[in-house]
Design a protein around this ligand. Structure first.
Ligand code: MG
Length: 140
């Protein structure tokens, strides 16, 4: 199955532009990949050149998307795509990433956890997501 995964609040706590804390996504994502599922990182993060207001200051490169991609690399979780399904350009010009399942803390029905000791904003409850994936026979 092709699964699109949000990053902030989903893979880690919300700390944009920093990389948030571990919330238990890694073992579940690894298990999905090991069972043949393909993951697409689908996030509002981007990379951009930020021009300073003062022209004497250096141009800053903001690689917030790249940092999320590197999080997957550092956790040895291969990505099938970044922001888009690599195959979709052959059949659509849509900007929506084609996936069969979306895991996103902002999605209706996504199990969410509130724990002010970990983060100020709610984040994905990966134990509950794992149970749902098993229940729906996506994970064995
Ligand atoms: Mg999010």
């Amino acid at each position: 199955m092709i699964i699109a995964i949000d990053f902030d609040g989903t893979c880690v706590t919300h700390e944009y532009p920093k990389i948030g804390k571990d919330i238990g996504a890694v073992p579940v994502l690894k298990r999905l990949v090991s069972q043949g599922h393909k993951l697409i990182l689908f996030t509002m993060r981007d990379d951009k050149i930020k021009k300073p207001k003062d022209p004497t200051e250096r141009i800053k490169l903001e690689e917030y998307l790249q940092e999320a991609v590197e999080w997957f690399g550092a956790n040895a979780i291969p990505l099938f795509g970044i922001q888009l399904n690599p195959g979709q350009k052959h059949w659509t010009t849509s900007n929506k990433c084609y996936a069969e399942l979306y895991i996103d803390d902002a999605a209706l029905g996504c199990p969410i956890k509130y724990d002010l000791n970990i983060a100020e904003r709610p984040f994905v409850d990966w134990e509950a997501v794992e149970r749902l994936l098993i229940e729906k026979q996506i994970l064995r």
